[in-house]
Ligand binder design. Structure first.
Ligand code: ATR
Length: 294
């Protein structure tokens, strides 16, 4: 990659950003398609977010990605927001069109696309069990509803948060086929017989020694398991491997949400295979210190 006088800019607003993997696969995509653009990490402290957004216009960035802790607060600084942002209240992608900034959220779409394209799994009319009721669960469940999922079971440590997600799906998405299973009853076998798709959206599994929230015997009914954790192989993924159940981990979602951002910025189809290959090369290469993220 050669930086010239004509090179355009994209990047990631976050705090911290040093752990980010996005520069690795976004720059691989620009390079592969010969697009004169770079993706750089941009450490933005919360108190500087507003002037950082102004800098998108000043430096004529093509756009940026946005991560913790700015995903919610940046919405206020957008000129326009995508319909999904209106529902979820968070932005992870900003696109700059002649100084007009539009905010998007690509997590849910990225999840569904990775499930379809890499996982070869069709969502329509299936029964999904979602572990967790945080930001990722909102994005993923919303995307599943758009793809006409048949039923969603929510299992969350804090029951009230599970209920809030259920109410959100009812009110904002007009989806009523949703049930919350109390956390302490999560391993009761009867529920699991219905499961087609099991998704872990919690942070459980990120740390060494984390045990799976669901007993292995209950997983056997599922035809697909997805764990959005991507910094290590979780016990859930190890069980899926052992049971021979098709599965994906968070690396796939990371790549696909980034691919959708890339497509929003460039109007070109993202070279997903190139992006994935470069990321795996990076992750298995020397000098990589295992502290990574979006
Ligand atoms: P994200 O935006 O990545 O989804 P989040 O909004 O902080 O992150 O949500 C984290 C989710 O993981 C929540 O559903 C949380 O459950 P609570 O609602 O009870 O907080 C869940 N979670 C985090 N740590 C957990 C643990 N040790 N066991 C079970 N669930 C956990």
């Amino acid at each position: 990659m050669e930086i010239r006088g004509t090179t355009k800019l994209t990047g990631l607003f976050g705090y911290p950003v040093s752990h980010s993997l996005s520069p690795v696969f976004q720059n691989a995509a620009f390079e592969h398609l010969g697009i004169d653009c770079v993706y750089i990490p941009l450490e933005v402290k919360p108190e500087n977010l507003e002037i950082a957004v102004e800098a998108i216009r000043v430096f004529n960035f093509v756009g940026v990605n946005v991560t913790i802790p700015h995903k919610r607060s940046i919405v206020n600084f957008m000129d326009e927001i995508d319909e999904e942002v209106e529902i979820l209240g968070v932005v992870n992608t900003v696109c700059n069109k002649n100084g007009k900034l539009k905010g998007y959220i690509t997590d849910g779409k990225g999840f569904v696309k990775s499930l379809k394209e890499e996982g070869k799994f069709t969502v329509k009319d299936k029964v999904a069990f979602i572990l967790g009721a945080g930001g990722s669960a909102y994005a993923i469940s919303g995307a599943l509803v758009r793809e006409k999922i048949g039923k969603i079971y929510i299992i969350n440590r804090t029951y009230e948060n599970g209920i809030k997600l259920k109410e959100h799906l009812k009110e904002k998405m007009k989806f009523t086929e949703v049930e919350v299973i109390p956390f302490e009853k999560r391993n009761e076998r009867d529920y699991w017989k219905e499961a087609d798709l099991i998704i872990n959206t919690t942070s459980v599994g990120m740390k060494e020694g984390d045990v799976s929230l669901i007993e292995e015997k209950n997983l056997a009914y599922a035809s697909f398991i997805y764990d959005i954790v991507y910094n290590r192989k979780t016990e859930l993924i190890k069980s899926a491997e052992k049971l021979g159940i098709p599965h994906l981990d968070g690396i796939s979602m990371l790549i696909y949400q980034g691919a959708i951002s890339f497509e929003i910025w460039t109007g070109r189809k993202a070279p997903v295979d190139v992006m994935r290959r470069r990321l795996y090369q990076f992750l298995t290469g020397e000098g990589y210190n295992k502290k990574y993220g979006d």
